[in-house]
Design a protein around this ligand. Structure first.
Ligand code: F6P
Length: 547
């Protein structure tokens, strides 16, 4: 048994509890007492200007949080991660997504072997392939050029490339179409392929393990669809299927030529993998050069996280702020609200990154935690959210810290009329941050002549914390910077909470049970040990399905 003290027994923790117990200040008062916080509580990393002045903090809060980070040795674990130590304890693996964006001449060893040359060899292979598809040199079985790329994967093998494709649409080859199939619901593959010509379609089967049932089932159906459309010639598969995986054996077993496999490694977690071979669809979309710009963006934040002092280390600050609210203010969730249509899948991506990483209830030594771990992460693009759920953030009973993310310039591709809408978009972002923080007092409402009985309804308490992330433009590099920022923020929180942020045993049970129940649905076989509720549901399902 380890001697790591339980988090809640640490003096740094109890100091924060005391600080919280005495906390009374409203953001209005904090700004009135210290207008300089607007300048002081800003950290700049690469292109990201991160304003954390609208948080329920003082210099003392920050000092206490940093003492907690020191006591829990966040930077020690960070260094162990960057060194390639096996910090994923339950899977006995290194955690080296940072090696995926290391420069060619870097040396990062796993078991005595420098992994950087392998990373670049795969990137080069991906680049050559992406160029061939983009130029039309890579043709399908009948000699036609590829017009649509369909990525089949789930979880980290889907969310990353799908999100990044959406985000970087203005940078994509507009003469190619991209679709992402993840759901084992046959409707997903149906909708993705119903209007496609198999002769012009390339399937990318993305699966780290190559055993994930949803992906293998969809890939098998896609192969059937392809062969049916191309006269049943098995050798067509080689021109229309490539694989992204760590499992060459399973890829070959599936019938994909290992020549058409792009490799990655067990030290890349699924939810940290879209800058590995898993990003092939994205690389075909935006081209190798833009993809490398994105990797450079990741690297800017990696370097910052590695070397910036605690007071100005952005992932550390954001991670600690989340802990402040989750553990000391009982905040249950965290909203991520991008003011960019192109970031429509950003929060869904972060849900896996954060919730699969930090949705844990035992510590690294296997002891039950007595503190809150990862929050529920949610949100959609800001202006749409304003007309849906912001009401609850403003006037509901829950404390919901939020990230507001916006860009100074609209993308180049928009015409002048649409570009002019950008100021209105950003005005909304700034207005929301202001309203959430400062609200509107009853006196202010009365002063506007509002009838007394309506005053309580039209009063905004305010005091809702937000971080505002502002960048000049949504470029590939900026996307890389944003993702690395959140990756390391999640890391910081896991380190303080002393949980293993890199396993995901919680998704296993459902997988095992689904496999066990499936024959009962298809064959009507008895499932030993099925609980009465589920057994009744299965029986009802079979009747409704008229089997
Ligand atoms: O949801 C569990 C999980 O293992 C994720 O971590 C992973 O991203 C996803 O399944 C897909 O796994 P694979 O890439 O092996 O198909």
């Amino acid at each position: 048994m380890s001697d790591t003290p339980l988090l809640t027994r640490r003096p740094e923790w109890t100091a924060l509890e005391d600080h919280r117990a005495q906390w009374r200040a409203h953001l209005r008062e904090l700004f009135a007492a210290d207008p300089g916080r607007a300048e002081r509580y800003v950290v700049t990393v690469g292109d990201l200007r991160i304003d954390y002045s609208k948080h329920l903090i003082t210099d003392e809060t920050l000092a206490l949080l940093q003492e907690l980070a020191t006591a829990t040795d966040v930077f020690g674990l960070r260094d162990a991660m960057f060194r390639g130590e096996r910090i994923n304890l339950t899977e006995d693996r290194a955690v080296l997504h940072t090696a995926l964006r290391a420069p060619r001449d870097a040396v990062i060893e796993v078991d005595g072997e420098n992994v950087v040359p392998q990373v670049h060899a795969v990137l080069d292979k991906m680049s050559a392939f992406a160029d061939r598809v983009r130029s039309g040199e890579w043709t399908g079985h009948t000699g036609k050029r590829i017009r649509t790329v369909v990525n089949i994967g789930i979880g980290g093998s889907d969310l990353g490339p799908a999100m990044a494709y959406e985000t970087l649409r203005p940078y994509t080859a507009r003469d190619l179409a991209f679709r992402f199939v993840s759901n084992v619901d046959g409707a997903d593959l149906h909708e993705a392929t119903r209007d496609l010509d198999p002769a012009e379609t390339l399937f990318i089967v993305a699966s780290k393990t190559f055993t994930t049932i949803e992906t293998i089932t969809n890939a098998t159906s896609a192969r059937t669809w392809l062969l049916a459309g191309l006269g049943g010639e098995e050798k067509a598969v080689a021109k229309h299927f490539v694989a992204l995986s760590t499992n060459a054996g399973k890829v070959t077993e599936f019938g994909i030529d290992p020549e058409n496999m792009f490799e990655f490694w067990d030290w890349v977690g699924g939810r940290y993998s879209y800058d590995s071979a898993i990003g092939l669809s994205l690389m075909i979309a935006i081209g190798p050069e833009r993809f490398r710009e994105m990797l450079d963006g990741f690297r800017i934040v990696d370097e910052h996280f590695k070397s910036a002092p605690a007071e100005s280390n952005a992932p550390l600050l954001l991670g600690l702020l989340g802990i402040w609210y989750g553990d000391f203010f009982d905040a249950q969730s965290h909203a991520v609200l991008p003011y960019s249509h192109y970031l429509s899948k950003f929060t869904a991506y972060l849900q896996q990154l954060d919730m699969e990483s930090n949705g844990k209830s035992v510590d690294r030594e296997g002891r039950p935690v007595e503190w809150q771990t990862g929050p529920v992460v949610w949100g959609t693009p800001g202006t749409n959210g304003q007309h849906a759920y912001y009401q609850l953030i403003h006037q509901g009973t829950k404390l919901i810290p939020a990230d507001l993310i916006g860009f100074a310039r609209p993308v180049d591709e928009l015409d002048d009329r649409l570009k002019a809408q950008h100021d209105l978009l950003m005005a909304n972002l700034f207005a929301q941050g202001q309203a959430l923080a400062f609200g509107r007092t009853a006196e202010e409402v009365r002063a506007e002549g509002v009838p007394e009985e309506q005053v309580p309804h039209r009063t905004f308490r305010g005091n809702h914390p937000t971080t505002t992330v502002l960048a000049p433009e949504l470029t590939p590099s900026v996307l890389g910077q944003l993702i690395a920022l959140y990756e390391h923020k999640v890391f910081v929180q896991g380190a303080v909470w002393n949980i293993d942020s890199f396993d995901q045993w919680g998704v296993e049970l459902g997988k095992v049970l689904a496999k066990r129940v499936e024959p009962a649905l298809t064959e009507g076989t008895e499932v030993p040990g099925l609980d009465p509720s589920t057994a009744a549901l299965v029986a009802a399902y079979r009747v409704l399905r008229k089997v």
